[in-house]
Design a protein around this ligand. Structure first.
Ligand SMILES: NC(=O)c1ccc[n+]([C@@H]2O[C@H](COP(=O)([O-])OP(=O)(O)OC[C@H]3O[C@@H](n4cnc5c(N)ncnc54)[C@H](OP(=O)(O)O)[C@@H]3O)[C@@H](O)[C@H]2O)c1
Length: 256
């Protein structure tokens, strides 16, 4: 029922820091080797690799930009799974974690915002996943979604649309890539403040969550390990959000 991750080879996108780093570290603790994709965080990626090597696992930092222009080229998402597989000698686990989170509303969102959010947060995961399926045909995919897909995030319109698409893709891929590949998702809630927001903002947000707290990136990584180890779960999305999604059922009191 639970598979051993020791000796598996994983590609984790956006793994230089924050939640992606925690997932990469958790995989290494399980004995998996990890390719960590980064975009701007070269120094952080090297630091994560050092930390992974100290755990006795192998790690390769791999630069790629998923944004328009370069994103679709060989240095972007198109060639990434093949490059990662070449480094590690195959890939068994793909974690689609990299994401952009720009602020925009229905009143000011532009087509460019819409396309940028879709490309990095939904299109790149699709291309990586189908390339993974075509090249290796078996393994596990884990998509990082967002608990706000239960409803909306009015202040990050393009972002939330892309996450709605990623949620839909998770279920479609679970069917299309079966039986060789299990595809699941995690929908995090309040984990780490986005750039430009401090702990004060986060503490205020915690009061709006039923369990009145946030959780650490490591706690998200723990749930990621449960999904990746399971041999009988696919098409599932676990909310790691302290019950935040339940606000959708309290009319007029949604905190977003
Ligand atoms: N933090 C939370 O509380 C929270 C809540 C809900 C959902 N989530 C989801 O959980 C996942 C991880 O969250 P996070 O806050 O740790 O993510 P994050 O820090 O916002 O982004 C993760 C990584 O994505 C990479 N990235 C950004 N733009 C890219 C591009 N154009 N091409 C390639 N890589 C790019 C960045 O790599 P570099 O640093 O190397 O540039 C960044 O470190 C995301 O999918 C996010 O949407 C997080």
């Amino acid at each position: 029922m639970l598979r051993d991750l020791a000796g598996k080879k994983a590609l984790v996108t956006g793994a230089a820091r924050r939640i992606g780093r925690a997932v990469a570290m958790a995989l290494a603790r399980e004995g998996a080797d990890v390719v960590i994709q980064f975009m701007s965080g070269r120094a952080e990626a090297l630091d994560t690799c050092r930390a992974i090597s100290a755990l006795g696992a192998r790690c390769w930092p791999l630069e790629a930009d998923f944004s328009s222009g370069t994103g679709s080229g060989s240095a972007g998402y198109e060639g990434l799974v093949e490059r990662a597989g070449g480094l590690a000698g195959g890939i068994d686990i793909l974690v689609n974690n990299a994401s952009v989170f720009p602020a925009n509303t229905l009143y000011d969102v532009t087509l460019k915002n819409f396309q940028a959010g879709m490309e990095v947060n939904a299109w790149a995961p699709l291309v990586l996943s189908r390339n993974f399926a075509r090249l290796f045909g078996k393994g596990m995919i884990l998509n990082m979604i967002d608990t706000r897909v239960t409803g909306f995030d009015w202040t990050h319109a393009a972002y939330i649309w892309s996450k709605h698409v990623l949620l839909s893709m998770t279920r479609m891929m679970a069917v299309e890539f079966a039986p060789g590949i299990a595809v699941n998702g995690i929908s995090p809630g309040l984990i780490l403040p986005p750039s430009g927001k401090d702990e004060t903002y986060f503490k205020a947000m915690e009061k709006t969550v039923p369990l009145k707290k946030s959780c650490t990136a490591e706690e998200v990584a723990d749930i990621a390990m449960v999904l990746l180890k399971s041999e009988f779960i696919t098409g599932e999305v676990i909310r790691v959000d302290g019950g935040r999604h339940l606000w959708e059922y309290v009319p007029g009191q949604h905190p977003d």
